[in-house]
Write a protein that binds this ligand. Structure first.
Ligand SMILES: NC(=O)c1ccc[n+]([C@@H]2O[C@H](COP(=O)([O-])OP(=O)(O)OC[C@H]3O[C@@H](n4cnc5c(N)ncnc54)[C@H](O)[C@@H]3O)[C@@H](O)[C@H]2O)c1
Length: 380
């Protein structure tokens, strides 16, 4: 018996679309005990919310997120708005007893994230933070290979997330498309936006990060603010590089920037172990590179695994071996697991507390860069 689960989506932008698609697709491919019903969508502009509701099949729309929370008919609130709104909405939704899926980063900073964790745990509501890259099959397979001990002792973890869309000084800060450049809306620059993904994946695969040493740069110091029309100082980090130690003794090396000309969303990681290495690249997300030192030397080399076989993570739910899936499927996978766990009364990873751990690393990175010193990471 599939039960209905009424969804209230807050934010109809980029993530609002990926989450709506996931809710619409999940029952077609996964045998889960709930059927999401797209009940209400909320966004800033009424006409856009109405068009979005028509396009995706939401039964109603609103411009007031509090109405979504107050609606007794809504079972689950999905938060897809800029970072500065996550805390207030999540805490209100927890108090109203709703399940919550919240986009990353969890909050503007760790202090705010702590208040969210407290509210969610007190209310005892089901919760998930949308670090969706964990559920790209090749990334999940990488985790499986590590957990099986195929890499042996891990020495190095390095990750990059490179973009190039803010190189022009004419790009404004603030406003609809460019809130990510406004410190008040985003909390940080590439650290919360991009490195948070790398940190979440890294800690999931390789354990916790103990301390960090970072540098950040804001290449363009002033930008016009889209809401005030005035040229204002830029408060976000445009680029960040940091080194870290993992609890298991391995060394980490992370870099992110929006000033790497030629790169749009190049998220890559490479993990080097005693017995084998793994590498992954978002631009080729259905492949996993693997080097096994145990291979006979005359055929030893990096192999490119096409992650499409039915014994690979999630792939038995999709097409036939050889046919790959893409970015949007990671969101379908996270919804599928959330719904299954909901029925079984289990939590789904990463929950708010795990996302707080990521937030602690982000905060430590910012503090380290500011103080030009190694910074110990608080434990969640
Ligand atoms: N998981 C990922 O890979 C990923 C990718 C992109 C963004 N994100 C995260 O998702 C969140 C949203 O990012 P996005 O790219 O979808 O942003 P976006 O700019 O595309 O959309 C933001 C939405 O928020 C709505 N909004 C803003 N203020 C509002 C208000 N006061 N009341 C109601 N609605 C309001 C806007 O109408 C818009 O629909 C952010 O936290 C971001 O960090 C995650």
């Amino acid at each position: 018996m599939t039960k209905k689960l009424n969804i209230g989506l807050i934010g109809y932008g980029f993530m609002g679309r990926t989450h709506s698609n996931a809710y619409s697709q999940v029952n077609h491919f996964f045998d889960v005990p709930y059927k999401p019903v797209l009940q209400v969508v909320c966004g800033l502009e009424e006409n856009v919310a109405k068009d979005f509701a028509d396009q995706w099949g939401y039964k109603s729309y609103t411009t007031d997120w509090r109405k979504v929370i107050e609606d007794d008919n809504i079972d689950q609130v999905d938060i897809c708005v800029p970072n500065n709104m996550h805390a207030e909405i999540a805490i209100a939704a927890a108090k109203a007893g709703k399940n919550i899926i919240c986009e990353k980063p969890l909050a503007l900073n760790a202090a705010q994230a702590e208040t969210m964790v407290e509210a969610i745990e007190k209310a005892g509501v089901a919760n998930l933070v949308s670090f969706n890259y964990r559920r790209v099959p090749a990334v999940t397979l990488a985790k499986q290979l590590i957990d099986e001990g195929r890499l042996g002792k891990i020495f190095h973890y390095r990750a990059n997330f490179l973009q190039d869309w803010t190189i022009s000084a004419k790009v404004p800060q603030g406003g609809m498309a460019t809130w990510r450049l406004d410190i008040k809306a985003a909390g940080s620059g590439v650290i919360g936006d991009l490195l948070a993904h790398c940190i979440d994946t890294a800690m999931w695969q390789n354990g916790s990060i103990t301390d960090v040493c970072a540098m950040t740069e804001t290449f363009i110091k002033e930008r016009m603010h889209a809401e005030t029309g005035k040229v204002e100082p830029v408060g976000i980090d445009d680029a960040c590089t940091f080194l870290c130690h993992f609890d298991n003794g391995s060394l980490g090396n992370f870099e992110s920037t929006r000033y790497a000309r030629g790169h749009k969303a190049l998220y890559t990681f490479e993990i080097n172990g005693e017995k084998a290495s793994i590498a992954w690249d978002l631009h080729d997300l259905h492949r996993l590179s693997y080097f096994d030192h145990g291979d006979e030397s005359i055929v030893r080399g990096w192999r490119s695994i096409h992650v499409t076989d039915s014994d690979m993570p999630y792939m038995d739910k999709w097409w036939v071996p050889g046919l790959q899936i893409g970015y949007e499927h990671s969101f379908v996978h996270q919804v599928a697991e959330f719904l299954q766990n909901l029925a079984e009364g289990k939590s789904t990873s990463p929950d708010f507390r795990e996302a707080l751990a990521t937030q602690y690393v982000c905060d430590a990175v910012l503090t380290s860069a500011k103080n030009k010193k190694w910074e110990t990471v608080k434990k969640a």
